[in-house]
Design a protein around this ligand. Structure first.
Ligand code: NAD
Ligand code: WQD
Length: 340
């Protein structure tokens, strides 16, 4: 069973490749290195003992995609990670996001249709829910998106749903909450280019001395300690969920052609709780101060995960401590490899 992973040298894609190989799948992957580096492939080989079948393909190039599929007749299913993901950047450059995330997905679906590949797992996001009352389940009404990035995820879900109504295509859309942490080996992890937007890389970069201090964006929210609440899911648990989703598709466990699942822990943690957990597992005091609210932040969100628990037979196994410990190990690994 060969699975194509788009965006496979990226953060979640690379961890998913490891878990697919652990589960006995053959994997091939494409990326354009827009937000990742070729050495991830060497590190995947160190972790799995396998050379990863890789081609540099840009999903905006529909001819390259069609050619790729024509040369790989044994692909059974696709996991589609390749996209741009920075919310703020999407506000400044909406067309970049619509072209890559929406246009790229359409190109991929066209190429899959031509190659008669009928199964796809799609990376969606909790951002589609906006400011919904947690725990958020999959039946929550989807509001108007609050960023072009969020809109690309909503539009792609609609395109996938329409296409699954029209042709022989089976879709699992996975709505991730906040992926954090890294592989235990510290050979792969999140690699933010430039100043990180996300909390956990900002924490680890501050602790290692790359950033002076962390600003907590507001402590006057209506939450127990005044800071925002999110559902932080360990990236290895998230990767394992993709294996479950692939098995769900290939074993035809679905009851409709388009299925959507939340992927989270089902538990919310505040920004201050994340900082305290980091301090506890790293033994480092973190330099931080309270700042003003960040525009666009929802007060609190966490997932209702019963659907994934029941239908995918998947549950998170890793704790926030595990996430912070492995994120810290990864940051230290990055520093050591810079020295070499
Ligand atoms: P990432 O940037 O680390 O990985 C994405 C990969 O796709 C990168 O390696 C990038 O080079 C590649 N890529 C981008 N455009 C491409 C193109 N045109 N052709 C080929 N490759 C291309 O991001 P990630 O955190 O691993 O996210 C993976 C997916 O999950 C994305 O679709 C993202 O929107 C979604 N998601 C991420 C998060 C998160 O917080 N990380 C949360 C929810 C959803
Ligand atoms: C988490 C919390 C911040 C940085 C984003 C995307 C979402 C999805 C997941 C892709 C918030 C606070 C952060 C900092 C802080 N991605 N924070 N200081 O915003 O929940 O979600 O990633 O689909 O679409 O929007 O994640 O990590 O940016 O923030 O206080 O320097 O940390 O205010 O409460 P977010 P995040």
């Amino acid at each position: 069973m060969k699975i194509l992973v788009t965006g496979g040298t990226g953060y979640i894609g690379s961890h998913t490749i490891v878990e697919l190989i652990n589960a006995g799948f053959d994997v091939c992957t494409i990326d354009n290195f827009d937000n990742s580096y070729p050495n991830v492939l060497d590190n995947l080989k160190k972790i799995t003992g396998k050379t990863i079948e890789f081609d540099e393909v840009d999903i905006r190039d529909k001819y390259a995609l069609k050619k790729y599929f024509s040369e790989k007749p044994d692909i059974e299913a696709v996991i589609h990670f390749a996209a741009n993901k920075a919310v703020g950047e999407s506000v400044k450059f909406p067309l970049k996001y619509y072209e890559n995330n929406v246009g790229g997905t359409i190109n991929l679906l066209l190429a899959m249709q031509k190659a008669d590949i009928n199964n796809i797992v799609f990376s969606s996001s909790c951002t589609v829910y906006g400011e919904a009352q947690p725990p958020v389940d999959e039946n929550t009404a989807i509001p108007i998106a609050n960023s072009p990035y969020g809109n690309t995820k909503q539009i792609c879900e609609e395109i996938l749903s329409d296409q699954s109504d029209a042709v022989n295509l089976h879709v699992v859309a996975l709505r991730y909450f906040n992926p954090v942490g890294a592989h235990e080996s510290a050979l792969i992890g999140e690699l933010p280019i430039g100043i990180p937007n996300n909390l956990v890389p900002f924490i680890t970069q501050t602790a290692i001395g790359k950033r002076e201090s962390l600003t907590v964006f507001g402590n006057d929210y209506p939450t127990p300690d005044g800071t925002n609440i999110r559902d932080y899911i360990h990236v290895v648990d998230l990767a394992i969920a993709h294996v479950a989703a692939i098995k769900y598709l290939l074993n035809k466990k679905y009851s409709s052609a388009f299925s959507v699942f939340n992927l989270g822990t089902g538990k919310g943690n505040s920004v201050l709780e994340v900082i305290k957990t980091f301090e506890a597992v790293s033994g480092q005091k973190l330099a931080y101060q309270i700042g003003s609210r960040r525009a666009g932040d929802v007060v609190q969100t966490y997932a209702a995960c019963n659907k994934a628990w029941n239908e995918l037979g998947w549950k998170t196994e890793r704790s926030l401590e595990d996430s912070m410990r492995t994120a810290w190990k990864w940051e230290q690994h990055l520093k050591n490899s810079e020295k070499k």
